[in-house]
Design a binder for this molecule. Structure first.
Ligand SMILES: NC(=O)C1=CN([C@@H]2O[C@H](COP(=O)(O)OP(=O)(O)OC[C@H]3O[C@@H](n4cnc5c(N)ncnc54)[C@H](OP(=O)(O)O)[C@@H]3O)[C@@H](O)[C@H]2O)C=CC1
Ligand SMILES: O=C(CO)[C@@H](O)[C@H](O)[C@@H](O)C(=O)O
Length: 255
């Protein structure tokens, strides 16, 4: 016997990771997952106090973390912050927002607010981190938190769905462009997960029943459901994975 193949490592020791949208919900969980795997994690979002609280929790748990207050919709400010604090080997972009209304009533203000963060902010944040890697001649793994709504429509969620479909488009295009440089670009597409973003949806009994019916595994998502996926996509365990969407939807889009 010549020896068994060895599973590539899920560890991230020596890697620098940036998590945008780390002050709550899915981003916070992703930051903890990356820290647990050994990465040095930079936590970005607008609320500096929430970031500092997470830095304290992660440090107390033996992880390496620091805060970088940042508005991802401020493109120039984000570019400057990444240039100053990078390069980052790993990006998880979980900064996002949603506004709900019938498509016939969407206002330009809501359209712009959701698009400016979910598409434009995500695009230029991903670009800024990639530019830092290219300049440093380093490989990397860039992950955008998209949504199952990038693959299906959602009643009263036309703008949000449009932005998440757009994220899938630029992710695939960037994956093609930067593949030879060893920079991988992927999305994670969660189903409904109880966070500040979805609380108002879950509070409506008819909406909760709709969600529970559509998720074939019979339970709603929790932030912990995203953590293993982030460790996988950030690490060498996924070194041939790029330009793809990892569905974490309990079977919603299988129907
Ligand atoms: N929860 C769910 O069911 C699902 C969520 N998603 C996606 O996951 C991502 C995270 O959502 P979730 O954790 O649920 O929501 P939360 O509202 O809990 O988290 C959103 C995060 O984004 C940050 N954020 C918002 N605006 C900005 C900004 N302009 N600049 C920087 N950071 C910003 C917030 O921090 P701060 O306010 O401090 O800036 C916060 O950390 C979103 O992209 C969402 O679309 C996808 C599928 C399902
Ligand atoms: O992406 C999501 C579910 O797959 C959620 O963030 C929402 O659609 C959210 O906007 C909601 O409807 O509560």
């Amino acid at each position: 016997m010549t020896g068994l193949p060895k599973t590539p490592s899920f560890r991230l020791d020596g890697k620098r990771a940036l998590v945008a949208g780390a002050s709550s919900g899915i981003g916070l969980a992703c930051a903890a997952a990356l820290g647990e795997a050994g990465a040095e994690v930079t936590l970005a979002a607008r609320r500096a106090d929430a970031l500092e609280a997470l830095v304290s929790d992660m440090t107390a748990a033996g992880m390496s973390a620091s805060a970088l207050p940042l508005d991802v919709a401020d493109i120039a400010g984000t570019q400057a912050a990444i240039a100053e604090n990078g390069p980052f080997d790993v990006l998880v972009n979980s900064a996002g927002l949603a506004r709900h209304s019938p498509a016939s009533e969407t206002t330009e203000k809501d359209f712009d607010a959701v698009s400016d963060l979910n598409i434009k902010g995500a695009y230029f944040l991903t670009q800024a981190v990639a530019k830092g890697l290219i300049a440093a001649g380093k490989p990397g793994s860039l992950i955008n938190i998209s949504s199952q709504m990038a693959h299906v429509g959602g009643l009263d969620r036309a703008v949000y769905c449009a932005t998440k479909h757009a994220v899938e488009g630029f992710t695939k295009s960037m994956a093609i462009e930067w593949g030879k440089a060893g920079i991988r670009v992927n999305t994670i597409c969660p189903t409904f997960i109880l966070t500040d973003l979805t609380r108002s949806t879950f509070d409506q009994p008819d909406k909760r029943a709709w969600i529970e019916d559509k998720i074939k595994l019979g339970r709603v998502g929790e932030v912990e459901d995203i953590m293993g996926a982030v460790q996988f996509l950030a690490s060498d365990a996924s070194s041939l994975v790029t330009g793809t969407a990892l569905m974490i939807d309990g079977g919603w889009t299988a129907e």
